[in-house]
Design a protein around this ligand. Structure first.
Ligand code: PLP
Length: 366
């Protein structure tokens, strides 16, 4: 009897998440110098993290022999100030991805349905499958979330509905008004999960706290991986009602968020100037990429985040052609085969991307 025969039946069918290639791998594979590689593949902050975050992380290195604070008191105290919520309204995760998984552990049973958009962040679907639940993928006409269609997809078996806004990989966003209307239309047995990974890139992110306040079953997810530039440390959080948080805490590992990450996150929250600077640079970067794509005659979806979904045709071939040239972007599944997701880089990286893309198009034009 081999090991696979002992595995539960679902795990053998479980699709595997395919991360962007690390810079080192690309350098080795194509024999390129490390400093000539631009990674514009994972929506990281190209300007890095705040100096305050790095200082706090360095300080935390002195006590690596100690377990982290399992309840992350200091960080949660900061989050209470940031969001004007109580201690019992926060749960931390090893990246906000872990909280998506915790939601699956707590709420999903085989036969339950998880509703999400067909081009939404892929992790929701993966978690549904892992728990033996049914992902229900709702069409996204124009590549944005249509909340009327999402509402129609809700059945008596729906447990969780996920809405990322801005969404990855499309960059589309929904208005606060339509989200409120949608949430208030949901039946009692449905939990609304609002993924705010890119909230900081919006001028005025929707504020769902009134919905939590009025007793709606809503949880909001945030991450330190994007604008705060702490992707390496894996830290994110959710905020919701104390009842929701209490349930998620039961499914969480005692020390799921490490001490360096907790310290760096506190530093990051203290540095509002860094966040503002990155917001401004990102806006400029989006404009630079958009202008460059316009010049090349390539369509793209207007983005509310730190990446652009472009439509050069031949997404996968261009992805490989660019990678040969030291530019790592992101090709997507077959349904988005004509598209290429490009994360905003520094001004120089964007410039290089646009140049290399122009060259690559001569090889693999649509
Ligand atoms: C990047 C991203 C996250 C955050 O993931 P972490 O686990 O916190 O790094 C969550 N949701 C979406 C839609 C994302 O793009």
């Amino acid at each position: 009897m081999n090991l696979s025969q002992l595995a539960n039946a679902r795990i053998l069918d479980q699709p595997v998440y395919e991360p962007g290639k690390p810079i080192d791998d690309v350098a080795k594979e194509y024999g390129l110098p490390l400093d000539q590689i631009c990674k514009l593949a994972s929506n990281e902050n190209p300007w890095g993290s705040s100096a305050l975050a790095q200082k706090a992380a360095t300080q935390a290195l002195k006590t690596l022999h100690l377990y982290p604070d399992g309840s992350a008191h200091a960080l949660i105290r900061r989050l209470m100030e940031v969001h004007s919520l109580t201690q019992q309204q926060f749960v931390l995760g090893n990246g906000s991805n872990e909280i998506i998984e915790l939601l699956g552990h707590v709420f999903l049973e085989p036969g339950d349905e998880l509703v999400c958009g067909e081009f939404a962040f892929i992790v929701y679907k993966l978690v549904a499958l892992l728990m033996g639940a049914q992902p229900v993928e709702v069409p996204m006409p124009g590549l944005s979330h249509d909340l009327d269609l999402m509402r129609k997809a809700i059945t008596e078996r729906t447990k969780l509905v996920f809405l990322p806004s801005p969404n990855n990989p499309t960059g589309s966003a929904n208005t606060e008004e339509e989200i409120f209307q949608f949430v208030r239309s949901l039946p009692e047995h449905v939990i609304f999960c609002f993924d705010e990974a890119y909230a900081e890139y919006l001028e005025a992110p929707p504020d769902l706290r009134p919905l939590i306040e009025e007793g709606r079953k809503v949880i909001c997810l945030r991450t330190f991986s994007k604008i705060h530039g702490l992707a390496a440390l894996r830290i994110g959080y959710g905020y919701s009602s104390p009842e929701m948080i209490g349930l998620l805490q039961r499914a969480r590992q005692p020390f799921n968020v490490n001490a360096v990450a907790q310290a760096a996150a506190i530093g990051a929250l203290e540095d509002g100037d860094w966040v503002s600077l990155c917001q401004k640079r990102n806006r400029d970067g989006l404009a630079q990429l958009a202008a460059g794509l316009d010049k090349l005659g390539i369509e793209y979806i207007p983005s509310h985040a730190n990446f652009l979904l472009s439509k050069p045709g031949n997404g996968r071939s261009l992805f490989f052609e660019l990678q040969k040239r030291g530019i790592i972007t992101r090709a997507l599944g077959p349904a988005l085969g004509d598209y290429l997701r490009i994360s905003v880089g520094t001004e120089h990286e964007n410039f290089r991307l646009l140049n290399e893309l122009e060259q690559a198009l001569t090889v693999y034009g649509a």
